[in-house]
Write a protein that binds this ligand. Structure first.
Ligand code: ADP
Ligand code: ADP
Ligand code: MG
Length: 639
């Protein structure tokens, strides 16, 4: 029997995505949300919504108790976990089933087996699937690990067995660096995943990440929906994904799909899952990496080329239905490329950005799909992942899909928070990407000096000011007679300048000078100014009079009178490296703050002595909170 109601234990774009399919299937959807997400899009989209706790994920989206209570209270028959959060938590899946709520995903045993990379590699090997050469034994003593590392011969990679999302990995290039790298990988693994078990693998120098989507029902049918290429990555995290994988010879493609099905059968897998591989571009060999027992972020590219709704299939499988298709019926039609839009600054180490979206006009048109979790007015808080939307371009072939994606990225009007649209545009536009010369070294090769938007911000701000001047509501006669420049100068206390602010950044002073060309500039209803410089380079500026800036709250800057360390944004204190009395050098990391899934090292602004520590590890702090006091070293400042 098909479910009448489904509770969605996730947030953001994936919650919206799941709710959409529920609507299409006539199933009542129930959202759960944290206090930080009260006004979020997915909460508005669902038929019902229940608050499950405070912003901190541990107390809401990772809180099994609260989620199961909400499921019972709402009468939900089934639960969809999305990706991330509790989606790969075997105990959670078992707890749902124990509470009489069908978990839309595989059984908890499959989740448990594949949740350990060590276990998964053993099973893959037994099933006759080739795995990356290395060590995945039980003996985790540093001595054994070091001996095994020497056998592999660097470069090698240390991975957290329970890891995910590209975390807990260390590349080692020389045997002498092994033990230090091991310690730091184990520490990160323990903090992030609650286990410090690691495995060692030969480091493949030019790998392509290729994965196979599988779909398995509870009646023994095991199908694959072809492959995706997710080789464009930064710090082992996917940025652009496409389906099918370009330039793959038929024999390799066959080996990939055969291996994926072998593994799925070996664990009696049910539901949608992804078997990940790396393809060594130098040798042409393929190796199994891991299996993700959930819906994947990049599932839309597979949906676009096969015409199959993966969420619908997951729901049907969980309700006990048999797959109503055969392998032969699953054909590849066309090409799809997805770009992950994130509130982050790719020019500054992918630093997460927060703010309120003041401009939101998603792209549309033939072949464009935009899976979004935000809209105008949405706030991007520091509590969760920075990915906010995915844009997918579809076409008859790769070049058509690429062009569709490019114009979609360029058409996207997104402002009020920093984002990576221009970065995604430049990747998609890069000739190396156009030639499909992709592997995980792509970003380093395409942007050897790092990526930057390369914009003339001075002229963009000038354009905003010019637009503001010509649209200011003023009494008509002096406007006509005196001209805008003098009039505004008068209104701004003769200052002759205004301040221009973008997002949350510090206001920048701009001299007032009239400028005729305002063609690519728009005044928004709230008075902010939208300026587009082309190639997905969009800005939303706010014009402030000097007196407004003087009155406004300034962002805390590194003030020499206050050489303490403040939290740049709300987050969780993950580590405190110093205690009162310790000597610090300017630039030394004193506190590690976890915000938006990123570990941020907060460094001492000056050299000196730590005089007080105002926070504890594990504590949640607010943005601007003073965390550590430092008394500067006089001798050093004098010299
Ligand atoms: P994949 O691309 O293989 O699905 P990722 O690791 O890139 O894997 O994406 C899944 C990750 O996204 C999860 O591990 C989780 O940390 C993060 N995540 C969880 N929930 C959300 C969400 N609602 N929006 C964006 N990202 C999320
Ligand atoms: P996670 O669980 O974090 O997704 P994976 O094992 O899937 O971990 O690896 C993530 C990424 O790290 C891969 O897509 C690839 O870019 C890189 N990687 C993993 N193993 C290797 C390896 N042995 N050699 C080179 N790169 C690797
Ligand atoms: Mg992976």
């Amino acid at each position: 029997m098909m479910f009448k109601s489904i509770i969605v234990a996730n947030r953001g774009e994936i919650a919206c995505r799941i709710i959409r399919t529920c609507k299409e299937m006539g199933i009542r959807s129930i959202a759960v949300y944290s206090e930080a997400d009260r006004n979020a899009l997915f909460v508005q989209m669902a038929d019902d919504a229940l608050c499950i706790g405070p912003a901190e994920a541990r107390l809401s989206y990772l809180n099994t108790e609260a989620i199961l209570n909400a499921a019972r209270e709402s009468g939900a028959e089934a639960l969809h976990p999305g990706y991330g959060f509790l989606s790969e938590n075997a105990e959670f899946a078992a707890a749902c089933m124990g509470a009489g709520i069908t978990f839309i995903g595989p059984d908890s045993e499959a989740i448990r087996l594949m949740g350990s990379k060590i276990e998964a590699k053993k099973i893959a090997r037994l099933a006759g699937v080739s795995v990356v050469p290395g060590y995945d034994g039980e003996d985790q003593s540093p001595g054994t690990l070091a001996t095994e590392a020497a056998k592999i011969t660097p470069p090698l990679i240390i991975k957290a067995s329970a890891g995910g999302g590209g975390r807990g990995m260390r590349r080692v290039d020389q045997q002498g660096d092994f033990l230090t790298a091991l310690q730091s990988a184990q520490k990160e693994a323990l903090a992030a995943f609650g286990s410090d078990a690691v495995l060692l693998e030969k480091y493949i120098e030019r790998p392509r990440h290729i994965e196979v989507q599988v779909l398995c029902d509870s009646h023994g049918t095991v199908l694959h929906l072809h492959e995706r290429d997710c080789s464009v990555q930064r710090n082992h995290q996917k940025v652009i994904e496409e389906a099918p994988a370009p330039d793959l010879d038929p024999a390799t493609r066959q080996r990939l799909t055969d291996s994926a099905l072998k593994l799925a059968k070996a664990i009696n897998y049910t539901s949608a899952g992804t078997v990940e591989f790396i393809l060594d571009r130098d040798s042409g060999e393929i190796y199994f990496l891991e299996m993700n027992t959930r819906l994947q972020v990049e599932h839309p590219v597979t949906e676009m080329i096969t015409g199959i709704d993966l969420v619908e299939q997951q729901i049907r499988i969980a309700s006990g239905e048999a797959l109503a298709m055969t392998q032969e019926q699953i054909e590849v039609r066309g090409w799809a490329i997805e770009a992950r839009v994130a509130a982050e600054d790719p020019a500054q180490g992918y630093m997460p950005q927060t703010g309120t979206i003041s401009v939101y006009e998603p792209p549309s048109g033939p072949g464009v799909r935009c899976d979004s979790g935000v809209t105008r007015g949405s706030s991007i808080t520091p509590w969760y992942d920075s990915m906010i939307t995915k844009v997918i371009g579809f076409g008859a072939d790769r070049e058509e899909a690429r062009r569709t994606l490019l114009s979609a990225l360029d058409d996207y009007r997104l402002g009020g928070v920093g984002h990576n649209l221009a970065f995604l545009y430049d990747i998609t536009d890069h000739p190396t990407f156009g030639d499909a010369d992709i592997d995980t070294t792509f970003l380093d090769r395409a942007f050897p000096d790092g990526w930057s938007a390369g914009e003339d911000m001075i002229s963009l701000r000038q354009k905003a000011v010019a637009a503001w001047l010509s649209h200011r509501p003023v009494s008509p006669s002096p406007w006509q007679t005196l001209g805008s420049w003098r009039l505004t100068a008068q209104q701004t206390s003769d200052a002759g300048y205004v301040y221009v602010r973008e997002n949350d950044e510090a206001p920048v002073e701009v001299q007032i000078a009239h400028h005729g060309d305002t063609s690519d500039v728009r005044i928004l209803s709230d008075g902010q100014i939208f300026v587009t410089a082309g190639r997905a380079r969009n800005h939303v500026f706010e014009i402030l009079l000097p007196e407004q800036v003087l009155l406004a709250d300034r962002k805390p800057t590194s003030n020499p009178d206050d050489p303490g360390i403040r939290a740049p944004m709300p987050g969780l204190i993950s580590e405190i490296r110093m205690e009162p009395g310790d000597q610090v050098h300017a630039g030394d990391t004193v506190v590690v703050l976890e915000a938006m899934k990123l570990m941020q090292n907060l460094a001492a602004p000056v050299s000196g002595t730590v005089t007080a520590v105002h926070c504890d590890a594990g504590e949640t702090v607010n943005g601007h909170d003073l965390l550590v006091d430092i008394t500067p070293d006089l001798t050093e400042t004098e010299s």
